[in-house]
Design a protein around this ligand. Structure first.
Ligand SMILES: Cc1cc2nc3c(=O)[nH]c(=O)nc-3n(C[C@H](O)[C@H](O)[C@H](O)COP(=O)(O)OP(=O)(O)OC[C@H]3O[C@@H](n4cnc5c(N)ncnc54)[C@H](O)[C@@H]3O)c2cc1C
Length: 284
């Protein structure tokens, strides 16, 4: 549908970064940090579950980073960032007090409130856990409103597992069926070894009344969705979050287009039936 002039003007306004200061910083793993950000002026706009902000390291560049905090209680932005390239390395190197630019929030939200009354299956691969954390917080806060809650978490190595203490506390305190695995263990690792897909067949949930939320590398999401469908969970009940290079965040530049959809505007959260065929096309 064509945008109205008002919507376009709103989008252009959304192109201006707002200054936020780093007020807390924690190193989560050897390559991943969590930053807490507060606006230099005014109150923060905390993104919903599944939404993202464009974070601008001044003089370096701007990248999309998901909300990793509690959208219902946080009074600051929480972003967990893996240092992979120039911009994410600059963001992870930011000291307390450093000012960075923030645009957003952008994108749609996980349909986690709509999943009330149903079993919830969260499948996270590595840095895929932070974008799912706001939805997890919502289920934990309203635990009685949901059925069974399976959290299946995989990472490349034990050193790549994020928020381990917090994840274990969810298992102890909130009746969460936690199952974890790593692709390759080390001498101290006593848990499972293998791909996260192996955790799906034994997971307990009612396929007729469950919703799955999956974030990880695209290849992982494809195999996880397939494995969930092998359990007869319908594609419409499987939610994924897509990643493509993004520039504007507001559906103007087209960098994140995949087939007929712009991920920044229509996503990044999609049900699997909407994207399965698109992701099957090589290099789309
Ligand atoms: C909606 C959305 C939410 C995201 N949320 C998070 C998050 O919460 N935490 C986080 O650490 N990262 C997140 N990312 C990925 C993050 O945006 C990229 O890691 C970042 O853009 C890399 O920029 P760079 O300049 O540091 O690295 P670059 O030099 O641009 O890239 C370094 C490497 O990462 C790859 N890469 C770059 N961008 C992407 C991308 N979008 N998807 C897959 N691979 C990419 C490149 O191909 C290259 O191999 C998200 C991406 C999207 C689209």
């Amino acid at each position: 549908m064509a945008q109205t002039l008002t919507e376009t003007a709103g989008s252009l306004e959304a192109m201006t970064p707002v200054p936020y200061a780093v007020t807390a910083k924690r190193q989560d793993t050897y390559d991943t940090w969590t930053l807490e950000l507060e606006p230099v002026d005014g109150a923060p706009i905390v993104p919903g579950p599944g939404q993202f902000n464009m974070l601008y390291a001044f003089g370096v560049g701007e990248v999309p980073i998901s909300n990793a905090g509690n959208f219902e209680t946080d009074e600051r932005l929480v972003h967990t960032i893996r240092a992979v390239g120039s911009v994410t390395k600059a963001l992870c190197a930011a000291e307390i007090g450093t000012v960075i630019g923030v645009r957003g929030p952008f994108g749609n939200t996980w349909p986690i409130v709509e999943a009330k009354g149903k079993d919830v299956v969260i499948v996270a691969g590595g840095i895929g856990l932070p974008p799912l954390r706001p939805a997890i917080y919502h289920v934990l806060k309203n635990r009685k409103d949901y059925g069974r809650f399976a959290l299946l978490y995989g990472a490349r190595t034990p050193a790549d597992l994020l928020f381990l203490d917090e994840v274990k506390s969810w298992q102890c305190n909130y009746d969460v069926d936690l199952d974890m695995t790593v692709d390759a263990g080390d001498t101290d690792w006593k848990g499972k070894v293998g791909l996260v897909t192996k955790l799906i067949p034994p997971a307990e949930f009612d396929v007729d009344d469950a919703r799955a939320f999956v974030v990880g590398p695209e290849i992982m999401m494809k195999f996880v969705a397939q494995e969930l469908m092998n359990r007869d969970l319908p594609a419409e009940s499987i939610n994924v979050s897509l990643e493509r290079t993004m520039r504007c965040g507001v559906g103007l530049c087209g960098h994140c287009q995949i087939g007929p959809t712009l991920i920044c505007r229509d996503g990044a959260c999609y049900t699997w039936d909407k994207v399965e065929k698109l992701l099957a096309v090589k290099e789309l």
